[in-house]
Write a new protein. Sequence first.
Length: 123
Amino acid sequence: MTGIARLQLTAVDTPDPLALARFYAEVLGVAVGSTEPDWVELEGDGGPTLAFQLAPSRRAPAWPEEGALQMHLDLEVDDLDAGEAAVLAAGARKSEHQPGETFRVYLDPDGNPFCLVRAAGSA
């Protein structure tokens, strides 16, 4: 199926683009790429990547409150326990709300939710 467009990147609003970019660079094992005062991109491998845009008044969503406006990233790992230890060491917090068994919900340094998802075929 041919689409109208191809995903280039996902931009995340944040009060501190460089700090949030450094967090996700560590989690994803990539480098921080282009850096401007109001825009920071992660290095990509030719596929879609993440960018972080300055939004000084941006506040964390009230997830899991119904109607809270937000999006989240699902990040695949082979081992949930090892992944959890690594993202906590990088500066994430584990969400009190854990609605599943094959994934875990965390909050990045800005309070945005993201999930570590067990890779298919992993124990």
